[in-house]
Design a protein around this ligand. Structure first.
Ligand code: CA
Length: 231
């Protein structure tokens, strides 16, 4: 099982270590940057699922980092502001942060907010209409018009729902797509069946695509949220 990758941007080493341990225990993978310039470089390199961004940073402020990231990404961003610095909070939300926490904060509160923004953001991304353009991700090519999928050039036979599910995941490659969105988009708003149906279909896709279906590397499970196709 794979978990969300969090980029923690924080210059105080005691906070960094506490977050690394605390968020790791909650099942997240944690990478860090200790100033604003490094934050932008690591963001490009890692394409994290969420950015936890301190406002007061050396070299480039958290506000400016947020502004730069928002020019090209809708990744969830949670700002960390100092107590009494309401102005940072206001500006942070204005430049596109999804939420904020004020130091000192409780880990439990932070994790709850992280889950909330991660649930919210991919829905907006995945809500875009799928079009008929052929999608290439890694060794997989999906042609919606011809209803054809190839893997390493070999054609796969996919029933309609598996095809639609793969189409949605590939169109959002690199991003988490929530269970709610997948069920909604593939089975429809009024779907009342067992939500295990989704897992069964994911399992079938994995058996056709993954080198080792029991240790999937293409379609990964993001605990508590949904699935992500690795770009
Ligand atoms: Ca700081």
């Amino acid at each position: 099982m794979s978990d969300g990758l969090i980029l923690v941007v924080e210059d105080e080493s005691s906070f960094v270590e506490a977050l690394r341990v605390g968020l790791g225990r909650e099942g997240f993978r944690v990478e860090t940057a200790t100033d604003g310039v490094e934050a932008l470089a690591r963001f490009e390199e890692l394409q994290p699922d969420l950015v936890l961004l301190d406002v007061m940073l050396p070299r480039l402020s958290g506000i400016e980092v947020c502004r730069q990231i928002r020019k090209k990404s809708q990744v969830p961003i949670i700002m960390v502001t100092a107590k009494g610095a309401e102005i940072d909070t206001v500006v942070g939300l204005e430049v596109g942060a999804d939420d904020y926490v004020t130091k000192p904060y409780r880990l439990r509160e932070l994790v709850a907010r992280m889950h909330a923004v991660m649930r919210r953001t991919p829905d907006a991304a995945a809500a875009a209409e799928l079009d008929s353009a052929t999608i290439d991700v890694g060794t997989v090519r999906l042609d919606p018009d011809a209803h054809r999928v190839t893997h390493d050039g070999v054609e796969l036979t996919l029933p309609l729902k598996e095809f639609d599910l793969l189409h949605l995941l590939l169109a959002n490659a690199g991003r988490v797509v929530t269970r709610e969105t997948l069920i909604d988009r593939v089975w429809g708003h009024d779907y009342v069946g067992d939500t295990k149906t989704l897992d069964v279909h994911i399992k079938r896709l994995r058996s056709k695509l993954e080198a080792d279906p029991s240790n999937p590397t293409l379609i990964t499970t993001i605990r508590g949220l949904g699935y992500k196709y690795t770009r």
